[in-house]
Design a protein around this ligand. Structure first.
Ligand code: FAD
Length: 318
C-alpha cells in the first residue's frame, strides 16, 4: 500500500485548518497515512487518530520551535526517511516554500507548490496556476517516485473524520544547531489576525481609500466579520500598510470564502492573487473598473459612504 506523509502545523494547540485541508485531501484515498510536526503537535495526537494517522513523527527538541531552515529541513528529511512515504503533502505557505524545495533536492523528488486541486487515487494528479493565473497546468504523476506537494490554503473543504485506530508516536532528534544558519530571534508581526493566506474572509483596500488613516474604515468593517485586512500594491508602495498585507502577483495569493475589495481597480497583477476567492464583493465608484468583471457582487458607489453603512449593519447583527 502507498504511504503519504503530511506536515502538521499547530496554532493555539489546534491543528491549523490548512493542515486539516491536507489531511482531507487524503481521506478515502486508501493510502497509509503518516504525519510529522514539531513539539507543539504532541497535544494533537488524539485528533490525528480520528484522521486515521498510523504514525506521527515528532520531536522533543524545543529548538525547532524557532524557525531555522536548516534544522527544520533536517527534521522533515528524517521524517520522510523514516516514513518511507511516496507522497509528502504540506501547506503552501512561506515556511513550506522555504523548506520543501530543499527537501526535494535531497530526495530527488518531484516538487509542486501552490497546488489548487489534488486528486489522490492510485496515481496523484494536481492542478496549479501558471503565469499569474493566466493558465492552469494539470499534472498526473504516473510513477511511484517521491513527490512533494504544497497545497494552497482554502482550496479543500475540511471534513469531519471519525477514525479511531492507534497512532504510534515516534520521536526524532535532528541535530541541534547544525549548519550555517543560526536564528537569533523571531519577531512576531503586528497583527493578531490570521495570515492572509489562511483567512476565510478578507477585506482589502486600495488607492481609493485616499490616505493611510482611512484603513481604519476597513479595520472597523473587518472586526464584526472576523476578517483579515489586505491591500493592493499601490498602497503598500505608498507605505500605508506593510508588504505582509499585499495581495497579488508580487504579494500573497489568497482564496478566502469572501473577498471584499474596496477602492481597488482590479489590475491584472492584483487579480492574480485573489481571483480564486469563492465570493468577491467589489466597492468602487467607477462602474467600468475591471474588478467588477471578477466580482460576484458589485457596489458602484463611494466607499466612504458604503463601508460605514455595511459596518453598522454587521455590528447590529452581532
Ligand atoms: P488604482 O489602480 O489607482 O485604483 C484605485 C481605485 O479606487 C479606482 O478604481 C477608483 O475608481 C477607486 N476609487 C477611488 N476613489 C474611490 C471612492 N471614494 N470610492 C470607491 N472607489 C474609489 N498590484 C497589486 O495589487 N498586487 C500585486 O502583487 C502587484 N504586483 C505587481 C507586479 C508588477 C510587476 C507590476 C508592474 C505591477 C504590480 N501591481 C500589483 C500594481 C498594479 O498594476 C496596480 O497598479 C495596482 O494594483 C493598483 O492598485 P489600486 O487598485 O489600489 O489603485
Amino acid at each position: 500500500m502507498k504511504t503519504a506523509l503530511v506536515f502538521i502545523e499547530v496554532k493555539d494547540n489546534q491543528i491549523k485548518k490548512s493542515s486539516l485541508e491536507c489531511l482531507t485531501a487524503l481521506a478515502g484515498s486508501g493510502w497509509t497515512l503518516h504525519t510529522c510536526g514539531f513539539k507543539e503537535t504532541h497535544s494533537c495526537v488524539d485528533e490525528l487518530k480520528r484522521w486515521g494517522v498510523q504514525k506521527h513523527f515528532t520531536t522533543d527538541n524545543s529548538d525547532l520551535d524557532k524557525f531555522n531552515p536548516e534544522t527544520h529541513l533536517q527534521f522533515v528529511d528524517k521524517a520522510l526517511q523514516e516514513s518511507g512515504a511516496q507522497l509528502f503533502l504540506a501547506s503552501s505557505n512561506s515556511h513550506g516554500r522555504d523548506i520543501f524545495p530543499r527537501l526535494a533536492v535531497r530526495h530527488d523528488a518531484a516538487y509542486m507548490s501552490d497546488v489548487t486541486e489534488i486528486k489522490i487515487e492510485d496515481n496523484v494528479s494536481i492542478a496549479r496556476p501558471l503565469y499569474a493565473g493566466k493558465c492552469t497546468a494539470r499534472v498526473v504523476f504516473t510513477d511511484d517516485s517521491k513527490k512533494i506537494i504544497l497545497l494552497r490554503p482554502n482550496q479543500v473543504m475540511v471534513i469531519n473524520p471519525n477514525g479511531s485506530g492507534a497512532c504510534e508516536v515516534i520521536s526524532l532528534s535532528p541535530q541541534e544547531g547544525a549548519g550555517k544558519n543560526k536564528t537569533i530571534s523571531i519577531q512576531d508581526g503586528e497583527s493578531e489576525k490570521l495570515d492572509l493566506t489562511e483567512a476565510n474572509i478578507i477585506v482589502s483596500g486600495g488607492r481609493g481609500l485616499k490616505e493611510a488613516k482611512n484603513f481604519k474604515l476597513l479595520e472597523d468593517l473587518a472586526a464584526p466579520l472576523n476578517a483579515t485586512v489586505g491591500a493592493s500594491r499601490a498602497v503598500v508602495d505608498l507605505g500605508w500598510v506593510p508588504h505582509s498585507q499585499q495581495v497579488g502577483q508580487t504579494g500573497k495569493t489568497v482564496a478566502p470564502t469572501l473577498y471584499i475589495a474596496a477602492g481597488i481597480s482590479g489590475a491584472i497583477q492584483h487579480l492574480a492573487g485573489m481571483s480564486g476567492s469563492k465570493n468577491i464583493v467589489a466597492i468602487n465608484k467607477d462602474d467600468k473598473a475591471p474588478i467588477f468583471q471578477k466580482a460576484t457582487y458589485g457596489i458602484v458607489g463611494d466607499l466612504f459612504e458604503v463601508i460605514p453603512v455595511l459596518t453598522e449593519k454587521l455590528q447590529s447583527l452581532k
